[in-house]
Design a protein around this ligand. Structure first.
Ligand SMILES: Nc1ncnc2c1ncn2[C@@H]1O[C@H](COP(=O)(O)OP(=O)(O)O)[C@@H](O)[C@H]1O
Ligand SMILES: [Mg+2]
Length: 314
C-alpha cells in the first residue's frame, strides 16, 4: 500500500491502518475473528478499473452512490434513479447511509424524530425490514443516531460487512438496491462498497471534481483486495451540467479523456427542479413527471441497465 498516495490525516490512511490492524493476530485465548477476509488479491490501480457489474446470488444489483465530496448530487441521484427504475417495473430499495438523512427527508420523513434507523441495523443488528418505509420506493431510513455509527462500528468484528449481512434478509425481494453514502470514505461508505455489486460516482461538472476520484479509486482498490474482490466503478454521472458555460463543457471533456466509456452519456443538467422536489417530499419524477429533469434520470436509468449488459457481453 506504500505506493498509494495519502496525505497526513487523510481518511484512506486511517482505513489502511485499520485494515492492517484487522490482519494483526489476536491474543491467544481470544476466539478467532470470523471476518478475516480471504479474498483474491487484485493489484491496486491508479485509475478506475472497469468491472463487470456482479449480479448477486439472486441477480439483485446493489449500487453504492459515492463521492467523498458533498453536494455533487449523490442523494438526488439515488432517489431519482431509484424512482426511474421503479417506473420501469423493477423492485427498488433505497438505503440512506448518510447521518444527515437527506434522502430520508426527501421522502417527507424527519430523521430527527425517527426512532429506529440504519444505525440500529448496522450496530444493534436489528432486521433491516424493521426500518424500511414504503414511500415512492422502499426506503431504509437514516436518523441522527447514524452519526455515531462509525465509532460504534469500529469496535465490532466484521464491522465492514455489517450492511452486506443486513441486506441478505431482503435482497431477494428487490432487483435494485441503491445506497446513498455520506461525503466521506469512512466505515459507512466502506460498508456500502463491501455490500455493493457496483459503484456509481456522481461528479459535478467543474474542474476540481476530478481531484477526489483517485482517492476514491484507491479506497475501492483496498476494498477489492481485502473485502469484496468484484466491486468497482460502474459509471460516472456528470451532474449539475450547464451547457451554456464553456467551463462545464470542458470539465466533461476532461472527465471523458480520463475515464472514457465509464462516463455516462446522460448529462444531468443544472435546474432548480431538483431542489424543489424534495421540499414536497418527492422525487423529481413524481413532482414534475413530464419535465426534462425527470426525463434525464429516466435516460440515466436506461444507460445504467444497458451499460451493464454491454459490459457483461464485452
Ligand atoms: N442537477 C442539479 N441541478 C441543480 N441543483 C441540483 C442538481 N442536483 C442536485 N441539486 C441540488 O444540489 C444540492 C446537493 O445535492 P445532493 O443530492 O444533496 O448532493 P450530495 O448528496 O452529493 O451531497 C441539493 O440542494 C440538490 O437539490
Ligand atoms: Mg447526500
Amino acid at each position: 500500500m506504500s505506493d498509494l498516495e495519502s496525505a497526513p490525516g487523510d481518511e484512506i490512511h486511517t482505513f489502511d491502518d485499520e485494515l492492517a490492524a484487522l490482519e494483526t493476530p489476536v491474543a491467544v485465548d481470544a476466539p478467532p475473528p470470523v471476518e478475516i477476509p480471504a479474498a483474491p488479491v487484485a493489484a491496486p490501480a491508479p485509475v478506475f478499473v472497469p468491472q463487470a457489474p456482479m449480479p448477486g446470488a439472486t441477480g439483485t444489483r446493489v449500487i453504492a452512490l459515492a463521492n467523498q465530496k458533498g453536494g455533487v448530487a449523490k442523494t438526488t441521484t439515488t432517489l431519482n434513479l431509484g424512482v426511474a427504475f421503479k417506473e420501469m417495473g423493477y423492485r427498488v430499495l433505497l438505503v440512506d447511509l448518510d447521518p444527515q438523512g437527506n434522502l430520508t427527508m426527501s421522502q417527507g420523513l424527519n430523521p430527527d424524530t425517527i426512532e429506529t434507523s440504519m444505525f440500529d441495523v448496522l450496530v444493534r443488528k436489528i432486521p433491516i425490514s424493521d426500518v424500511i418505509e414504503r414511500r415512492e420506493v422502499d426506503l431504509a431510513v437514516a436518523s441522527i443516531d447514524l452519526a455515531g455509527a462509525e465509532l460504534a462500528l469500529a469496535a465490532l468484528i466484521g464491522r465492514e460487512r455489517s450492511l452486506e449481512k443486513a441486506l441478505l434478509e431482503v435482497r431477494d425481494r428487490y432487483d435494485f438496491i441503491l445506497i446513498d453514502t455520506p461525503p466521506s470514505l469512512g466505515l459507512l461508505t466502506i460498508n456500502a462498497f463491501v455490500a455493493a455489486t457496483g459503484v456509481i460516482v456522481p461528479v459535478q461538472c467543474e474542474y476540481l471534481a476530478l481531484r477526489g476520484l483517485v482517492q476514491l479509486e484507491n479506497t475501492l482498490a483496498m476494498v477489492r483486495e481485502n473485502l469484496n474482490p468484484r466491486v468497482g466503478v460502474e459509471g460516472i454521472v456528470p451532474t449539475m451540467y450547464d451547457s451554456r458555460t464553456l467551463h462545464a463543457r470542458e470539465a466533461v471533456e476532461i472527465l471523458e479523456e480520463n475515464f472514457g466509456d465509464l462516463v455516462y452519456k446522460t448529462r444531468i443538467r443544472k435546474t432548480v427542479r431538483y431542489a424543489e422536489a424534495p421540499v414536497k417530499g418527492s422525487s423529481v419524477l413524481g413532482y414534475d413527471p413530464t419535465g426534462a429533469a425527470a426525463e434525464a434520470y429516466r435516460e440515466l436509468a436506461k444507460e445504467v441497465l444497458h451499460g451493464a449488459e454491454a459490459r457483461e457481453h464485452a
